[in-house]
Design a binder for this molecule. Sequence first.
Ligand code: ZN
Length: 119
Amino acid sequence: MHELSVCQALISQVEELAQREMVQRVERVRVGIGPLSGVEPQLLQHAYPLAAAGTLAENSELEIENRPIRVHCPTCGKTSDANASRLLCAHCGDWQTTLVSGDELMLLQVEFIRETDNV
Ligand SMILES: [Zn+2]
């Protein structure tokens, strides 16, 4: 299952951050996913608890933010929103556009639980 390995990669990033921050628990992880990333947000959501089990991110919440598809048009020099199946320039209709965003999968934010205060 592709999404599970994506989750595992994500969680190792989160654990690295947690170690740097010297925290033991993760509360919430926010990722941005573009429609062209090849990752299905719903499947990612399902795979997350499996990948998180036994890690610092166990029982944390995964929040997925859908990223827009944006293309840049070399013909008219503008950037516009595009559709996953038709990467056309919204301004002049040119199809020879360059993808600016929409294929990314990135860690946006990680919230940790700090337990040092309530011992
Ligand atoms: Zn254009």
